[in-house]
Design a protein around this ligand. Structure first.
Ligand code: ATP
Ligand code: MG
Length: 345
């Protein structure tokens, strides 16, 4: 958990930013708990970067309010700045300097004495797998290395809140995984991370909670489980020891779950689709009640298994599947989240 706060890392209400006719951020209400990764998921032009810039005090809101660790982004911008760090398209590393030179320079700018700056630079280069590239100019780095040095530069002083604006866009799978590991390590040190992404699997991998934004508005918010539950339902897949027990198993499932039960062509297999209705309402209506909703699918699965056992039915294997975030996005907007080739400003 974050070492220096008990309240949320970020709280916004009715936050607005317009550019001429464009309402880039159009009344966003968010509560980002401290100590975890919060995902802001949205397609090109959704308003992600604009929202991050408002929160990092790089832009002034036109309406609404935002607080970072309780500090108002307008009235207490300095206090906000002292707690946050930003990695994005606006990275601070100098292309002509080497990895080490960049980190040492930035460390010096942050007020560290030279030996301390050198030590921290070496430590971060090592942690980010850049030791071999430490004495090469950053302009010769690959995209993945570049992204890693950007993040390293932004955590020279461990920030309380780190904004990562699309940290893995354009990276190959291996580099993405490296960045993900770094994000996890940063959070483990107590930093809250607000991560924007166009990648559903990235939000799924890293974020505890996710806000889906589209056209400057939050169209859904909750834990991954809640988001998924709001759209489709989970599915329990079962394989029985004995095909003869399947009709009985069906009855048990129908009785214990708010579920549609399907028998598979395979005579020992059956699938129960858990009703979305039981868990969907809670997160949208009241984000304080979400923990219970998140347990929905797993709880129901556990109950089903124990009822089956009690009825003398032997279950050989069992799995719980959830709808993908892609399905979630498609259901929430009218377009898939993966359409991201169109130009954006
Ligand atoms: N400085 C600006 N001047 C005018 N319009 C802007 C400016 N910055 C952003 N916009 C517009 O605001 C909207 C939101 O843009 P923003 O960059 O916040 O989206 P994004 O979600 O970060 O997109 P991407 O995934 O492409 O980075 C877009 O319509 C964009 O064209
Ligand atoms: Mg952006």
């Amino acid at each position: 958990m974050s070492k220096s706060t008990t309240g949320p890392a970020i709280e916004t209400s009715g936050l607005v930013k317009t550019f001429g006719e464009t309402r880039a951020v159009d009344g966003i209400d968010l509560v980002v708990p401290a100590g975890s990764v919060y995902g802001v998921l949205g397609p090109n032009g959704a308003g992600k970067t604009t929202a991050v810039k408002l929160l990092a005090t790089l832009l002034r809101p036109d309406g609404g309010e935002a607080r970072v660790f309780g500090h108002d982004v307008l009235r207490e911008a300095d206090a906000v700045r002292s707690r946050v760090s930003l990695t994005g398209q606006y990275a601070s590393v100098d292309e002509d300097l080497t990895g080490t030179e960049n980190l040492v320079l930035l460390g010096r700018l942050l007020g560290h004495r030279k030996p301390a700056a050198r030590e921290r630079a070496a430590q971060l280069l090592e942690a980010f797998g850049l030791t071999d590239a430490a004495s090469r100019q950053v302009k010769n780095y690959s995209g993945g290395m570049r992204r890693r040095i950007d993040i390293a530069a932004s955590i020279l002083n461990t920030p309380d809140l780190l904004f990562l604006d699309e940290p893995t866009t354009g990276l190959d799978p291996r580099s993405r995984n490296q960045v993900w590991d770094i994000v996890r390590a940063v959070v483990a040190q107590g930093t809250t991370v607000l991560l924007t992404t166009q990648y559903l699997d990235e939000a799924d991998q890293l974020a505890s909670r996710i806000a889906v934004i589209d056209h400057g508005k939050v169209i859904a918010e909750g834990t991954k489980g809640e988001l998924k539950a709001s759209v489709g339902a989970g599915a329990i897949h079962l394989r029985l020891r004995d095909a003869a027990q399947r009709p009985e198993a069906e009855k048990v499932l129908l009785r214990t779950l708010d579920a549609q039960v399907q028998t598979d062509p395979d005579p020992v297999a059956l699938t129960a689709r858990i009703g979305a209705g039981t868990v969907a309402g809670a997160w949208a209506a009241d984000r304080t009640e979400t923990a219970a909703a998140d347990l929905g699918a797993a709880d129901q699965a556990a109950r089903a298994l124990s009822e089956l056992t009690a009825a003398g039915i032997t279950v050989d294997s069992f799995s719980l599947g959830q709808p993908s975030l892609d399905e979630v996005f498609l259901a929430l907007t009218d377009h898939p989240a993966t359409v991201k080739e169109e130009a954006s400003a």
